[in-house]
Design a binder for this molecule. Sequence first.
Ligand code: NAD
Length: 322
Amino acid sequence: MKILVTGGAGFIGSHTVKKLIKLGHHVVIVDNFNDYYDPRLKEDRIKILLKGLKFKLYRLDIADYKKLEKVFKKERFDKIIHLAAQAGVRYSLTHPFVYERSNILGTLNLLELCRHYKVRDFIFASTSSVYGNSRQYPCREDSRTDQPISLYSATKKADEVLAYAYHHLYGLRCVALRFFNVYGIWDRPDLALPKFIRNILADKPVEIYGRGQMSRDFTHINDIVEGIVAVVRKSFKYEIFNLGRSHPEKLMDFIKMIEKYLGKKAKKKMMPMQAGDVRATWADVSKARRLLGYRPKVKIRDGIREYVEWYREYYKNKTGRG
Ligand SMILES: NC(=O)c1ccc[n+]([C@@H]2O[C@H](COP(=O)([O-])OP(=O)(O)OC[C@H]3O[C@@H](n4cnc5c(N)ncnc54)[C@H](O)[C@@H]3O)[C@@H](O)[C@H]2O)c1
């Protein structure tokens, strides 16, 4: 199949592209390499992680309808995997319009182009944070999601309902994937794991929000990619799936594991909850198991061990980065 992966130079996108190419698909990437974090990491994913693989790359902004339309006209896609977005809960408190542009206008542009260029399947990234401070754990796809507690999650919820309208009106087959705390090699430097490691190695205090009471359903990138690929193999009318590990870790235990594999203790600084952060994430993945055969496999210990090795190697000559 010919598949467009938006955000293909990103963390989840680049791993997804690699897997799709290995499965024999023709992949086209659209990414604007923006500088929310160091764009050299995005370039390196293309150069190193995707080395030797064949794909097409368009460097453009999905909020630019005209440029994006040229790609749709030329390429004729079978499926879209839409992962480009402005991610990050905290940044959305200070940069709301970046989220409006990439997450709402960008998604709307893609939906319109799917409609006009007769693309049948639209698979896209949502997030566990649409559940807000849920009253029910583990969170199921039909748990309440109309009380987001950050602008980021509000824009992702907006994407889910925009896609539903396009499904209803034009028969576009849509799947929303609610990812839960993805971690793994080549990840974003603003995520918990690289942030903690960076501070521990630099002898700086690790800031622990929620005074250590938070827990997160950390899910390895390989399991997430398996979930995405399982969706690509099928076709649904309109579905939402949680992709998590369904095994939340207390933040303090997570840090203990990092300390173990780094061989160094963290200086901890307890902080109150931050605006926009949820207390816990915990996926109920029974729907994904039933309909996709999704079975997360990577144990958190193995994932952290692999990550620490990669982190040391990748960042060894890159002072000030990471
Ligand atoms: N990483 C996680 O834990 C997690 C959890 C839940 C949901 N998600 C979602 O998964 C998707 C991928 O996240 P990620 O962690 O790989 O983030 P990422 O920032 O590494 O990847 C996103 C990519 O999209 C590109 N991009 C952003 N805005 C763009 C625009 N307007 N036009 C073109 N390209 C643009 C960026 O340059 C980047 O390469 C996002 O939609 C994110 O919201 C991620």
